[in-house]
Ligand binder design. Structure first.
Ligand code: NCD
Length: 304
């Protein structure tokens, strides 16, 4: 179907061919072949929720393509603080820019924005629901490290109930089949039914468990997510699970030498900083690939 003019709301809207095309384009971006490709374009960055990497990598990507960016980084800085609706804010951005990247604390905000806007809308994270460009980046990183995202043993560790990055990665792994997918979390943070149903329907071989030690020896990709403190309806529940899992060099002694640790970042305390200097650490490399991946995405959406 191609990328030109499309909204990016969920990973599941895209085919394997679409993703292959995206990854090839990201390879071109890394070779410097996309410089200046979007000269004269304007990309709006509408970040209603905090962000470091997603916003700055989109901004850097747009600039490296020769495009300009406009936008805001918090509701307080906009007329939303005066009571303006999401509808009106999106309508306005739509008339100022050629594409809109939106992050919002409410699930479904990007879908709604895409209904309001004529120009393409890219979901930069909506509530606990989805974060498709992070999942594209995760797959692209695994492809970079292992040659292909397919056929590997993945372990996703952490807050599988509220982390939208974990949710979008589970969706992505229905497109690139893992050999096995382990979903490891404290009891309170087990994956939601909708994701287990999706994996089941898609025939992904998976298992839900509580202790990462059981599967660390088999794992190729250990994907870690932080406890999503801001999404807990009950602060006492957060207190009960915070600090309940941690990746350490001692744990990784039991791993294959080729295991790579990924994390969408920010990390809080779930990866010991001593892991950074081991050959397993791949999360900073992953973050650095965010720019070429998002360059590829913007270029394909705006110019094909
Ligand atoms: C993630 C997010 O915002 O969902 N951050 C990111 O985009 N890299 C992960 C998180 O906040 O834990």
């Amino acid at each position: 179907m191609g990328w030109l003019g499309r909204d990016v709301i969920s990973v599941l809207d895209f085919s394997r061919e679409d993703l292959e095309a995206l990854f090839s384009e990201a390879d071109r971006a890394r070779r410097g072949e996309l410089a200046g490709a979007l000269e004269g374009y304007i990309v709006a960055l509408a970040f209603f929720e905090p962000s470091t990497r997603t916003r700055m990598s989109f901004e850097s990507a747009a600039k490296r393509l020769g495009a300009e960016t406009i936008g805001f980084t918090s509701e307080e800085a906009t007329s939303v603080a005066k009571g303006e609706s999401l509808h009106d804010t999106v309508k306005m951005l739509d008339s100022y820019a050629d594409a809109i990247v939106i992050r919002h604390r409410f699930e479904g905000a990007a879908t709604y924005a895409a209904e309001v806007a004529e120009h393409p809308v890219i979901n930069g994270g909506d509530g606990r629901s989805r974060h498709p460009t992070q999942a594209f980046l995760d797959l692209y990183t695994v492809r970079d490290l292992f040659g292909s995202p397919e056929g590997l043993v993945y372990t996703i560790l952490g807050d599988l109930r509220y982390a939208r990055t974990a949710a979008s990665l589970m969706e992505a792994l229905t497109i690139y089949r893992p050999r096995k997918l382990y979903l490891v979390s404290p009891q309170l943070l087990r994956p939601r039914r909708e994701h287990l149903d999706l994996l089941e329907r898609s025939g992904v071989p998976f298992e839900v468990l509580g202790d990462v030690e059981e599967v660390i020896g088999e794992t190729d990709v250990l994907y870690v997510v932080r406890v999503q403190k801001e999404r807990f309806p009950d602060p006492q529940e957060y207190e009960r699970v915070k600090g309940s899992y941690r990746v350490t060099p001692e744990l990784l002694e039991k791993a294959k030498p080729t295991l790579k640790v990924l994390h969408p970042l920010p990390r809080v305390d779930e990866i010991d900083p001593r892991v950074d200097s081991t050959p397993h650490a791949a999360y900073f490399h992953q973050a650095s690939l965010g720019v070429p991946l998002r360059m590829a995405l913007l270029k394909l959406i705006l110019k094909g």
